[in-house]
Design a protein around this ligand. Structure first.
Ligand code: NAP
Length: 211
């Protein structure tokens, strides 16, 4: 299956993290969150899964899926526990998490526990995601937040019944950094250094992204 082969010997993992996001662009908040989840949940590996296109967000995608994928590859290259999948980037239709999780689950086998890691704001809408009630059959959720984030809405989702996926939360101070702010900074000529790896900042400047 396209995008799965890049994940190495996936069948050997017992606990695998899937870090889902648009990463437009990736920043230190994402990287710290993935590393924190890896250590806290004893994940053997974390696969970054940049979104392809999804219909409801087409208008606010700033750079192509291919460029977002490239930035994630550059950002994660130095961590042997991280890899990046092309699964959603190469998918022809819209990106639905249930399709991704199903594909990874089939590739891993039933022995592997899957953890879907993403932003708490994104998880808040989980009840509107395609086949949301089936997600719980395949994975647990780790919702990453900045300190001070109001978790009441997330708790309400968790308590909504047996079909809701299990949602854990992790607080990461570096998530004060946001992709929206970074895009604004580039377009206004303000610095992005020290908010993301230098290699990604250089790629953005050289490619003229977000101007
Ligand atoms: P988003 O709406 O662009 O982001 C919402 C918030 O979450 C933003 O504050 C964002 O911060 C943060 N965030 C997103 N991904 C993050 C991550 N991996 N780590 C830390 N913070 C993160 O959300 P999105 O990126 O489009 O979607 C997130 C994930 O949910 C993706 O994997 C997507 O495929 C999935 N999703 C699935 C469905 C569906 O299946 N129907 C629908 C919606 C989303 P930054 O902007 O700084 O990243």
């Amino acid at each position: 299956m396209a995008g799965i082969e890049s994940l190495g010997n996936i069948k050997t993992y017992r606990r695998l993290g899937i870090m889902g996001g648009t990463f437009d662009p990736i920043h230190f908040g994402h990287l710290v969150a993935a590393e924190e989840a890896r250590v806290q949940y004893q994940l053997e590996h974390v696969v970054f899964m940049p979104t392809g296109r999804y219909e409801h967000k087409e208008a606010c995608q700033y750079v192509s899926p291919e460029e977002r994928f490239t930035m994630v590859v550059i950002a994660t290259a130095s961590n042997p526990y991280f890899s990046v999948s092309r699964l959603e980037v190469d998918r022809a239709g819209p990106s639905y998490t249930i399709d991704t999780i199903r594909a990874v689950s089939e590739a891993c086998g039933t022995e592997t526990e899957l953890y879907f890691i993403t932003g708490a704001d994104a998880v808040l809408d989980v009840t509107s995601w395609r086949d949301y009630e089936k997600l719980a059959d395949f994975c647990r959720f780790i919702a990453v937040t900045r300190p001070g984030y109001d978790l009441a809405h997330l708790r309400a989702i968790v308590s909504r019944g047996e079909n809701a996926p299990q949602i854990d939360t992790i607080e990461v101070p570096a998530l004060a950094i946001s992709s929206t702010d970074l895009r604004n900074r580039v377009s206004e000529g303000r610095p992005i250094r020290y908010l993301m790896p230098d290699s990604v900042a250089n790629y953005i400047h050289k490619s003229g992204l977000y101007r």
